[in-house]
Design a protein around this ligand. Structure first.
Ligand SMILES: Cc1cc2nc3c(=O)[nH]c(=O)nc-3n(C[C@H](O)[C@H](O)[C@H](O)COP(=O)(O)OP(=O)(O)OC[C@H]3O[C@@H](n4cnc5c(N)ncnc54)[C@H](O)[C@@H]3O)c2cc1C
Length: 576
């Protein structure tokens, strides 16, 4: 089936909905949002802790301090011009969300309440500051509901439960997408002047992850198939406090409210590593501290986890400021967080890297920043890059609203300036062939086994501590798994709600993403932010103060580099 809109947004998380809302405010522009999930099930809805903005509702704060923290937190791999834009526009974006009706938690005087989060400081690193605006520990849920309501009000067309299969590019210009209607298996072509990918992250490449089942990097790999390089893919964040063995996230807001990490002897071990910020040092560091404690035998009962202690906070704080966390812990672990310690371990959480874009969301193809006309990306699937080598807590929600908004505005201008580009002949041929192949094999390899093997290998060898040997071993395994994947067979032959088919396609994206992540990790022979190499333990600005760009070519992967944009803050050693 053929559809024609001015703008297509793929993804109905915070980034996609924010962009769609900007577009919908232009009366002449017809916008459709395509999403494999029902919009309110997008992963944005799982965000707990908050959205950072220098409102200064408790103590003095400035966007410039927020920018400094973002740059330092990202271990100086951040493009500083983009971080300046983000931290400045964070303030107006939060007020805009408030005016859309988002029910933020309040201070006694009725202002938006704010709390501490890792790496956020006052006066360029002097002391922690309360910068995270929150709606209890359901901030992302509230953002998603608020934006969805606004989109409905502005009559955005939704195609929910449609899975993106391909991007349509004609002579270098992006002019549409191909998607599968999950309900009946029909292939649809959407023709448009501007297309935004806001398809989220890919934590499902790892065994222990905070990410939803749907976070499989579809958009990222579909873009890569069309010659778009992927930026800084080796920079993947492990959040320190995932529920032991399950990976379910326990918000950093718990430490923001005063929670403490303890080892087997009950020691608050962060005192030894980060004497100023303690448990609120940035995530890459706290995750490494935990690995170090475990490695030196101080994990709980000598095992690979430590404790999060909230017992001193009192029932009032736990029940009112962290109600969802308290629920998770009671339901999944049978533990009462008011009285008992919670077992935690680092969990795969957030992609700093992704589809490279400029500050207006336009996808760029190389270090010279040549764009692919009509193609945009925003949110976790994109790399602006505002998070560099390590994202600070609360900065993803800022990223999605600020850059979703900017991308939407730029798309609106672009749409008014250009005509429709003609579709190439048979734009859906590749997708139909791909589906046909996957459904044709009667017997072969099992997708579930390949997925499990991949996730275990990535967890074991491409997580918090990396070495050349481990990365090379993982590279070999992934190559073997990709081979096995060419023989994968699907049992379910139905056209409607064929989840086995969809999950098998998603596994294909995860395999490619893992291969690229490993390629980036191998060439970066230094330690920076989330990328820690045991064999190169120091940061090496002389050789590696640059972004990696990995291209897929017929001869395999090719790595290129892009300079980091530095405006105000010269790289310094990172101490907290
Ligand atoms: C448990 C958890 C807690 C978090 N807490 C915080 C926090 O407190 N503060 C913070 O700043 N950040 C937090 N984050 C990170 C932040 O929530 C995410 O990075 C952010 O919400 C991503 O938003 P997005 O719009 O880019 O993508 P998502 O919200 O993930 O949405 C992706 C969308 O793309 C669609 N999609 C994907 N693939 C396809 C396809 N093939 N076809 C069609 N549609 C597709 C999906 O249907 C979905 O609608 C948290 C993350 C997790 C996992």
């Amino acid at each position: 089936m053929y559809h024609r809109f001015d703008a297509i947004v793929v993804g109905a998380g915070g980034a996609g909905l924010m962009a769609a809302l900007q577009l919908a405010q232009h009366p002449g522009i017809r916008t459709a949002v395509i999403s494999k999930l029902y919009p309110s099930r997008s992963h944005t809805g799982a965000a707990q802790g908050g959205i950072g903005a220098a409102l200064g509702n408790h103590e003095e704060d400035h966007p410039e301090w927020h920018t400094f923290d973002t740059v330092k937190g990202g271990d100086y791999l951040v493009d500083q011009d983009a971080a300046e834009v983000m931290c400045r526009e964070a303030v107006e974006s939060v007020y805009e969300l408030e005016h859309f009706g988002l029910p933020f938690s309040r201070t006694p005087e009725g202002k938006i309440d704010q709390r501490r989060f890792g790496g956020h400081t006052r006066n360029f690193g002097e002391a922690p500051v309360r910068r995270s605006c929150f709606a209890a520990d359901r901030t992302g849920h509230m953002i998603l509901q608020t934006l969805y309501q606004q989109c409905i009000k502005h009559e955005v067309d939704f195609y929910s439960e449609y899975q993106l299969l391909d991007l349509i590019v004609n002579d270098g210009v992006c002019c549409g997408i191909v998607a599968l209607n999950i309900k009946d298996g029909e292939v649809h072509i959407f023709h448009a002047k501007a297309i935004l990918f806001a398809t989220g992250g890919f934590g499902r490449a790892w065994k222990i992850t905070s990410n939803a089942l749907s976070n499989t990097g579809d958009g990222v790999m579909i873009a890569a198939r069309h010659g778009v390089p992927l930026e800084d893919m080796e920079m993947y964040q492990f959040h320190p406090t995932g529920v032991y063995k399950l990976g379910i996230l326990l918000t950093e807001g718990a430490r923001g409210e005063g929670g403490i990490l303890r080892n087997d002897s009950g020691e608050r071990f962060t005192e030894r590593y980060a004497p100023t910020l303690l448990d609120l040092a940035p995530r890459d560091m706290v995750s490494r501290f935990i690995y170090q404690e475990v490695k030196e035998g101080r994990g709980i009962k000598g095992k690979d986890y430590v404790h999060l202690d909230l017992t001193h906070l009192g029932a009032d704080v736990v029940e009112n400021k962290l109600p969802d966390l308290a629920d998770f812990v009671r339901v999944y672990l049978g533990i009462d967080p008011v009285r008992e310690l919670i077992p935690i371990q680092p969990t795969a959480h957030y992609a700093m890297g992704g589809i490279p874009t400029d500050i207006d969301g336009r996808v760029v193809l190389n270090a010279e920043e040549d764009v692919m006309p009509g193609f945009y990306a925003a949110g976790e699937c994109a790399c602006v890059s505002v998070h560099g080598a390590n994202r600070l807590g609360t900065n993803s929600l800022v990223d999605i609203v600020v850059f979703g908004r900017r991308a939407g505005k730029h798309m609106a201008r672009h749409i008014q300036e250009v005509d429709f580009t003609e579709l190439p002949p048979k734009p859906d041929a590749f997708s139909r062939e791909q589906l046909g192949q996957l459904l044709s094999r009667e017997s072969g390899e099992s997708a579930a086994e390949i997925r499990q093997h991949l996730q275990e290998e990535m967890m074991d060898k491409v997580s918090v501590l990396r070495t050349e040997d481990k990365l090379k071993a993982a590279q070999k395994t992934v190559a073997q798994l990709k081979q096995a994947y060419t023989r994968v067979a699907i049992q379910d032959r139905q056209t409607w709600y064929n989840s086995e088919l969809l999950e098998t396609m998603e596994l294909g994206y995860l395999l490619d993403i893992s291969e690229i992540t490993i390629a980036g990790a191998l060439v970066r022979k230094e330690s920076r932010g989330a990328h820690y190499r045991d064999d190169y333990p120091s940061r090496d600005d002389a050789n590696f103060l640059k972004h990696t760009l990995v291209y897929g070519t017929p001869d395999g992967l090719m790595v290129r580099y892009k300079p980091v944009k530095i405006t105000k803050f010269e790289p310094k050693e990172r101490k907290y």
